[in-house]
Design a binder for this molecule. Sequence first.
Ligand code: OOG
Ligand code: NI
Length: 303
Amino acid sequence: MTKQLITVLDTVLKGLMRRYSERVPDVHRIINAMINEGIIKSADEIENDHIAFRTMGVRNLGIASLEKIFLHYGYEKRDPYNFAEKKLSAYWYAPPTIEQNLPRIFVSELRVPELSKNAQSIIHNYTDVVTSDPVDSLDLNDGAAVDQFLHQSLWPVPKLADYQALLSESEYAAWVIYNRYYLNHFTISVHNLKPGFNTIDKFVAFLQRHGIKLNSAGGIVKVSPDGGLLQASTVAQMTEAEFADGEKFSIAGSYVEFAERQVLPQFADLPADQISRVHRREGFEAGNADKIFESTFVAQVNQ
Ligand code: OOG
Ligand code: NI
């Protein structure tokens, strides 16, 4: 991992976070509450456990396209996940180095061929304008170009009727057709925060005291079967979207996640000041993720 690539990656991550924070008012509400309660002095102290993207699984797009960006920056592809009912596949990617406190990346993809013929044809009406993999013609060493790419439109703005037809069959499909590669969430690591806030239960209590609405699908705190990965998330914030026919409609945007990674049993006796990322539960958990996806679903955003 060269210094130059770290700088490029930094530009890309900062660009993602800037637009995401503008779109998701909960980000500043949570950071301000953390500062006011003395949990942190500034936002830079927050450890970003991971970020997540959603993609459309069609030719020239999907995981196979988007991942090229992060593989170029030295990210390593790790475990696959399958969400049969939601028709989604996903992978997570480990950062190139543990020194810079870089976030993990979680990328999912909709298995479009598994949808109804009608939903498939709606999606292809938009995505078929992409006739070659757009990442192949991108200069990945140019951070500003990659930042621009992640926030541009690869297909036309959808019609409201198409958005709604997709929504009734796959809420994920509707999300991607409008929101594209906008960052889906960033994730606050809670285990390194100060005592009183460094477990998911305590952090959730803090969020609830501040009136932050949380995703209750499968219970507010999602726990991996091994007990080592505990996650919670806000419900997505609504954004006023303008559709192709000029109609405006309020749709689900992005959300914020919280994660506690516990120290692995074999390191239980290590003194607290010697514990780093390598001593904690790694990766993701399909059962947790399945419910976290629902942070943008109508049943959650309308609760
Ligand atoms: C991703 C949901 C899964 C996790 O940490 O397991 C997830 C999404 O909503 O796109 O974020
Ligand atoms: Ni996540």
